[in-house]
Design a protein around this ligand. Structure first.
Ligand SMILES: Cc1cc2nc3c(=O)[nH]c(=O)nc-3n(C[C@H](O)[C@H](O)[C@H](O)COP(=O)(O)OP(=O)(O)OC[C@H]3O[C@@H](n4cnc5c(N)ncnc54)[C@H](O)[C@@H]3O)c2cc1C
Length: 565
């Protein structure tokens, strides 16, 4: 067999999990082939917020933010109560910080703690107000040279001026453009940098969030000469006796076997876009909307299961959820806007169900929000849910993909995406709910909201909720009345941010059979690995944190493997 048909390690899927495993294996001196189904690296990772939850990380300590392994363990014990995967969570806690230190020392990955970002259940024992979350440091895409075109672009709805990424610290300055001298200067500098970048590149090269994470991982692979084969998929595993010895890949030039002397790592991003598995494993009310990259069709899971692997189906929830609104882009493609942090918790908006009633504290995490939709929908995907607000709210905070300070809403109304009405009764008519029910909901909400209270759902009662509210609005940063016509409604759907069900593994990320025995030579990470959180969502970055940690663990473990004699 020629050299190009045999490597120490073959990794399938170029997202956070796969690129971490590949970068670490390469840093350990192994020859690595990365197989990627699409023409881009990055997967859903490159669309994500790039938040990485790693308790007790060194950056926290340097920033003087308190944390300890025992606090983190208590927090996880109360938010992920199931015994399932307890060993993997313990491994994650003690090896997560080690993974970050290794990546920073041996690859192009650079992370910094987000000092204020509370865990999602701040009332639980061991919760922290910030620092457990790491974010990628901004990355200059120009460093990738000609390979920049291989990096999946961020979602267009999260860029401005047709391709400029902005980070959390830039947003308030852009919002104050023309109203504050300092913010105007800073915004002008950002815009002129972007204009210069566009002279050489089809989009801005200052990268943030998940795009920066995908970029620095890709840069790590390029620096170690890791071979990436694009437009290539895996359609089976090479099995010898009890061990996995390689993969069968499919590319435009045909089907061929590739030998993996030490092992194969599956990291194809889960099964969010596999309709059959969704129907089988998701609750009936979940429907088919996914905010993830369409390439996640369960490729890794299918080949592993065909070879005898097992999945962790004993989960609190089969996926991680986010409410999403749908729209058509100018190019005709279907847009899915994930309502993570930009609007739901701000003052002056409520969510209502098909009966015109509120059903949830809108400022809870996106995952909890959708769990409430699923409970309310009673397993019916057709049950409708809307966000309801007034013009002032959209002007100040935006709504879904509609940005703050948008002067004309007509094009959104004309497309049917946004529903506008001059009264609450007319709005109720347009969204097909009982007029009196919606009016009563608004009257009850407004009566208390004028004084910043929400006795029905307690909105704004935790530091997490207030963090997502508007710090400049008092007395409650999450609550304001909705009373100035015109009124608006935007339909939202339950959607997933990634699947939680995946392959069962041991603490070294090695895949297990149904009887608990090891599939020698087969590893899984990212969303192909069953989530260590079992479908609970304790904090920001609980998929990328484990993806980096177990990608790292797989890479290190492969380096210690002797391979077949
Ligand atoms: C809008 C949004 C925001 C998010 N924000 C965060 C956040 O801030 N923090 C967080 O922790 N999580 C976040 N998530 C979830 C997170 O992005 C994903 O869970 C994570 O990126 C999954 O990483 P992965 O490596 O498993 O998969 P991916 O990043 O999707 O990578 C999988 C790769 O495998 C390739 N592939 C698929 N099938 C095959 C095949 N058969 N053969 C070869 N290659 C294949 C894909 O093309 C892709 O490149 C967010 C999700 C969304 C949608």
């Amino acid at each position: 067999m020629s050299a190009s048909n045999a490597y120490d390690v073959v990794v399938i899927g170029a997202g956070a999990g796969g690129m971490t495993a590949a970068a670490v294996a390469a840093a350990e001196g192994l020859s690595v082939l990365l197989i990627e189904k699409t023409e881009f690296v990055g997967g859903t990772t490159s669309w994500s917020g790039g938040m990485i939850w790693i308790p007790v990380n060194a950056g926290m300590k340097q920033a003087g933010l308190p944390d300890s392994l025992s606090d983190a363990a208590s927090y996880l014990a109360s938010t992920v109560p199931e015994a399932e995967n307890a060993d993997l969570r313990e491994t994650f806690l003690w090896r997560g910080p080690e993974a970050v230190e290794y990546l920073e020392a041996n690859t192009e990955v650079r992370l910094q703690p987000v000092k204020v970002y509370p865990d999602y259940y701040p009332e639980k024992p061991g919760a922290t107000a910030g620092g457990r979350v790491l974010e990628p440091v901004s990355f200059d895409g120009a460093r990738l040279g000609a390979n920049f075109r291989r990096l999946r672009s961020p979602l267009p709805e999260f860029t401005v001026f047709g391709g400029m990424m902005v980070n959390r610290t830039d947003i308030p300055h852009l919002r104050k453009f023309g109203r504050s001298f300092r913010s105007t200067l800073r915004s002008l500098r950002l815009i002129s940098q972007y204009a210069l970048q566009r002279l050489r590149s089809p989009r801005g090269t200052t990268l943030h969030l998940g795009n920066a994470l995908a970029a620095c991982l890709y840069a790590s692979l390029l620096a170690r000469n890791v071979e990436v084969r694009f437009d290539t998929s895996v359609d089976g595993l090479l099995i010898e006796g009890d061990a996995i010895r390689g993969v069968r890949i499919v590319s435009p030039s045909g089907v061929r076997p590739i030998v993996a002397r030490k092992g194969v790592v599956l990291a194809t991003g889960g099964f969010s876009h596999d309709t059959k598995l969704r129907e089988q494993l998701f609750p009936g009310g979940a429907g088919l909307v996914s905010a993830t990259s369409p390439a996640g069709t369960g490729g890794g899971l299918h080949v592993a299961i065909a070879a005898g692997a097992s999945m962790n189906t004993r989960v609190a929830s089969p996926a991680y959820w986010v409410p999403a609104s749908l729209f058509k882009r100018a190019d005709g493609s279907q847009g899915v806007f994930p309502h993570t942090v930009t609007d739901r918790a701000k003052p002056g908006i409520i969510a209502v169900n098909a009966s015109g009633k509120r059903f949830v504290n809108e400022a809870l995490s996106y995952h909890e929000f959708v769990l409430a939709m699923l409970r309310d929908g009673n397993d019916t995907a057709s049950r409708s849910f809307y966000l309801v607000c007034d013009r002032r709210f959209i002007w100040t905070y935006g709504l879904g993909r509609i940005r703050p300070f948008t002067l004309r809403l007509k094009r959104y109304v004309r497309s049917g995406e946004l529903i506008e009405a001059s009264s609450i009764a007319a709005l109720a008519d347009s969204i097909g709910v009982e007029k009196s029910a919606l009016s009563t909901t608004l009257e009850n909400y407004n009566a208390h909201a004028r004084t910043g209270l929400d006795p029905e759902f307690g909105r704004g009662t935790s530091i997490y909720q207030r963090h997502l509210g508007d710090a400049g609005h008092g007395p409650n940063p999450c609550v304001a009345p909705i009373e100035q016509a015109p009124f608006y409604a935007l339909r939202i759907y339950p959607a997933d941010l990634g699947t939680a069900i995946g392959l069962k593994t041991d603490c070294h990320a090695r895949v297990l059979r149904k009887d608990g025995t090891l599939m020698s030579g087969l590893y899984a990470c990212g969303n192909d690995m069953g989530s260590i959180m079992n479908g609970n969502y304790p904090g920001p970055g609980i998929t990328l944190g484990p993806a980096l940690t177990f990608g790292y663990i797989a890479g290190r473990h492969l380096a210690q493997e002797r391979g077949p004699a």
